[in-house]
Design a protein around this ligand. Structure first.
Ligand SMILES: Cc1cc2nc3c(=O)[nH]c(=O)nc-3n(C[C@H](O)[C@H](O)[C@H](O)COP(=O)(O)OP(=O)(O)OC[C@H]3O[C@@H](n4cnc5c(N)ncnc54)[C@H](O)[C@@H]3O)c2cc1C
Length: 469
């Protein structure tokens, strides 16, 4: 049988997509040029929403030992004086998850590789691809040596310099951020004895803006903003790296896992779809890491797309449902990139280097509302529509959770569920439904609608139209 979805790239986004697709019964192959997963860390944080997504996809128990709750996130001046942000340890989401958790990415990647194969995804290592072709019969991923891997759909999860994005000619919007940073991961010999804080910290030092990230177990990260005239290659030499680390650690109490210079960008693809080819992850968007959202945004892409592919594949919706993937994800990613840029600009601003006019609340601990889906599978203008349902964990344990729209009620009369598509009725208390009679929750945990009993029939009708079912 032909594979339904060809996933180009076995980074954390491609592998998560494979797991999500296998969970909803869609056959997939993950094509990767490397022999296995990337051995070095890049992303370091998973937020509560994506943590809950993986729990909903049956990975909660496997992930738990790989995560350390993030205790605090702040901005300080060069002398360590507090500027904004603070303690996160008392905040819990989705029935007990920390706001964010730290991980060592190679461990997450190894778990995903094992799970994707366990769940039926096919992994093809050592297979560099060069482009994609498509026609009415489907897609063909062209691989080195002249062969092709065929499928109905293809998702380019092949990272920032995406071959797939270039092959289908998708442009990117540049949101105007470009800085070189040196990123250094170390393994501490004695984590507790090191006295280093458990924190994600922006040190707003006018001479050298610096990020500190207390990692999972004995891993710790520093990121140093490179200054005009500093050559990234030269600064990555051993002696310079240790000179930069010297205020905190030295070779007698830590080993360097890796150091690398990165140019941080703010880029979003102008469309996430060309025919039956989609983009997800860094191929679709890139952002500076100050909010820890790069990978989380890629995972959000994967969970947005997987249930929609399931609906179309099952004949529950027509192909236009897949257009809502980009309509939702482009706006959401764009806002996330903008916020990540502002969080970076704030470091320079607090350091007194340059004023961008960014409000301090744009750093950690501000009350900025979550980005929301404003079009796509959403109805009404309630401010929580298009954001993730806080009580998602209460309805995510059901076997139908990843495929069905959930119509949550509070014990009154159950509305007639639409005959087309996949729907289920769930009961919660009024406190859990934000005081409304009904909350409609999508398989990816996002709220599609919030309404009273009098309007639920009209809302479900409107949603059916948007779902193209
Ligand atoms: C310093 C730093 C810190 C970061 N911190 C965070 C953080 O805390 N939180 C967060 O959410 N994000 C963070 N990010 C971002 C995060 O690392 C990326 O968003 C994430 O790795 C993207 O995953 P991906 O699967 O889309 O792409 P990638 O991880 O780049 O994977 C792409 C895969 O495709 C394969 N591939 C590419 N081209 C081909 C080809 N032609 N043929 C075959 N295979 C191919 C590659 O080998 C690779 O395995 C950080 C990034 C950096 C640089």
């Amino acid at each position: 049988m032909e594979t339904e979805v060809v996933i180009a790239g076995a980074g954390p986004v491609g592998m998560a997509l494979s797991i999500a697709l296998s969970n909803v019964g869609i056959s997939n192959v993950v094509v990767e040029r490397g022999v296995g997963v990337h051995p070095l860390p890049r992303a370091a944080v998973i937020d509560a929403e994506l943590h809950q997504s993986f729990i909903a996809n049956g990975l909660g128990a496997q992930l738990a030992p790989l995560l350390t709750p993030l205790r605090a996130a702040d901005y300080v001046d060069a002398e360590g004086k507090h500027l904004t942000g603070g303690d996160l340890s008392g905040i819990r989401m989705f029935g007990g998850l920390p706001v964010a958790s730290l991980h060592f990415q190679p461990e997450i990647d190894a778990l995903f590789l094992a799970e994707l194969q366990e769940r039926g995804g096919r992994f093809m290592p050592n297979t560099p691809f060069t482009g994609v072709e498509q026609d009415d019969d489907g897609v063909r991923l062209l691989v080195d040596g002249g062969n092709a891997i065929c499928g109905r759909w293809l998702v380019g999860c092949d990272g920032a310099s995406s071959t797939i994005r270039r092959s289908v000619g998708i442009a990117r919007e540049d949101l105007g951020f470009e800085q070189d940073w040196l990123v250094v991961d170390v393994r501490l010999h004695d984590r507790v004895g090191s006295g280093l804080p458990d924190v994600v910290r922006q040190v707003c030092d006018p001479v050298r803006p610096t990020t500190m990230v207390s990692g999972h177990r004995d891993v710790y990260r520093w990121e140093f903003q490179l200054q005009p005239g500093e050559d990234p290659k030269e600064m990555n030499q051993h002696e310079h790296v240790w000179r930069l680390l010297n205020p905190w650690i030295n070779p007698s109490n830590a080993d360097i896992i890796r150091s690398a210079s990165y140019r941080f960008h703010g880029l979003v693809a102008t469309t996430f779809r060309a025919g039956n080819v989609f983009l997800a992850g860094d191929s679709a968007h890139q952002m500076p890491p100050f909010m820890g959202q790069g990978l989380n945004s890629g995972w959000r892409d994967a969970f947005n797309l997987s249930w929609k592919l399931h609906w179309v594949r099952e004949g529950l919706a027509d192909d236009r449902l897949l257009d809502t993937y980009g309509a939702e994800r482009i706006h959401h990613s764009r806002v996330t990139v903008e916020r990540s840029i502002e969080a970076g600009q704030l470091i320079d601003q607090f350091a007194g280097r340059v004023s961008h006019g960014v409000r301090p609340g744009k750093g950690y601990g501000g009350a900025t509302p979550r980005p929301r889906y404003e079009e796509g599978i959403v109805v009404g203008d309630h401010p929580r529509v298009g954001t993730v349902f806080d009580e998602w964990h209460l309805i995510a344990g059901d076997a139908r959770a990843m495929t069905h729209m959930a119509v949550v009620g509070t014990g009154g009369q159950t509305p007639a569920l639409p005959s087309r598509g996949k729907w289920r009725a769930v009961e919660l208390s009024p406190k859990e439904t934000l005081g409304a009679d009904h909350v409609v929750v999508r398989p990816d945990g996002f709220i599609a609608a919030i309404c009273d009993a009098a309007s639920i029939d009209a809302v479900l009708g409107d949603l059916c139209q948007r779902l193209c079912c």
